[in-house]
Design a protein around this ligand. Structure first.
Ligand SMILES: [Cu+2]
Length: 292
């Protein structure tokens, strides 16, 4: 079980889809829609937080999801903060779903016509007193069901390595950092190592892992880089290993791409383009990441 102690840590972690693989993920009952269509999102709460009842559910809506109305629940206070008449968040608070309870939270909205036919992520915070969990349930606007593990893109080969599914996510205008994700398969019979990364978007691209320290989820830099064992696949993905673009010089814009050169011990350097996916975590503050 992953706990996130502070609001800042929660915000940072939520943006990276914290969820232990062993846990049932919070997801939508139906996760299929299309650009221009109305969608009724029914969030299924799989469990509480490590024994404590869930008292708050906060959904941060993605861009391009409008005409939102949330369904009230008996015993819960419903708020829909936003600006200019647009709802940006839905918050149900003051209730109590026990750890073994089963509860759903529902809302309706419309996906914009011009959204790409890809997965759209909603950021959901599940709070149980001081403990909070972050989720990123997806809705697929394309033909395929929503799937975090598949982001398309070409496979690039360098030496014995195959790189695929390279992507990042749009950032807020003033966000100091951005993430980077790619799947690396070592088809050779000798281990390789991702030793560094460089990009014109950042003076310092770091390689991070997620780790639980003193019950608190945090990220830390891997100064020795990341080993890619022979014959194995290493996936950099939200919630786990990732590239972290520190002090980014410009925002990551959905639909564009962010170039990054990955330097491997054995295979050498290769430049890949990270496709910028939807902004899945509107309003998340990642400032706790500054300076590490
Ligand atoms: Cu990081």
């Amino acid at each position: 079980m992953i706990r996130i102690a502070s609001r800042a840590a929660l915000a940072a972690a939520s943006a990276l889809a914290i969820a232990s693989p062993a846990m049932a993920h919070m997801s939508f009952e139906t996760a299929q829609s299309a650009p221009g269509e109305q969608f009724r999102g029914v969030l299924v709460l799989p469990h509480g937080c490590d024994g404590a009842p869930t008292d708050t559910i906060r959904v941060t809506l993605p861009h391009g999801f409008t005409d939102v109305s949330a369904e009230a629940k008996d015993g819960w206070t419903l708020e829909t903060p936003g600006n200019d008449g647009d709802v940006s968040q839905i918050v149900w608070s003051g209730g109590a779903v026990p750890d073994d309870g089963h509860e759903t939270f529902a809302f309706t909205g419309t996906f914009a016509d011009d959204l790409p036919e890809t997965d759209i992520l909603f950021a959901v915070e599940q709070m149980c007193g001081d403990v909070a969990l972050g989720w990123e349930p997806a809705v697929s606007l394309g033909d395929a069901p929503a799937d975090h593990g598949h982001h398309g893109g070409d496979t690039i080969t360098v030496g014995a390595l195959e790189l695929s599914g390279a992507f990042t996510r749009a950032t807020l205008p003033n966000a100091p950092v951005g993430g980077g994700y790619v799947t690396i398969t070592n088809t050779g019979d000798e281990a390789d190592r991702l030793v560094s990364a460089q990009s014109s978007f950042s003076p310092d691209v770091q390689i991070h892992e997620m780790a639980v320290v003193n019950d608190v989820m945090d990220m830390r830099q891997l100064p020795e880089g990341l080993e890619i064992p022979a014959g194995e696949t290493v996936t950099l993905a939200p919630g786990g290993l990732h590239m972290m673009f520190m002090n980014i010089s410009q925002p990551f814009v959905q639909g564009e791409s962010v170039p990054v050169t990955l330097v491997f011990d054995r295979a050498g350097a290769v430049e890949i383009d990270l496709a910028v996916q939807a902004f899945g975590a509107s309003g998340m503050d990642m400032s706790s990441h500054e300076g590490h």
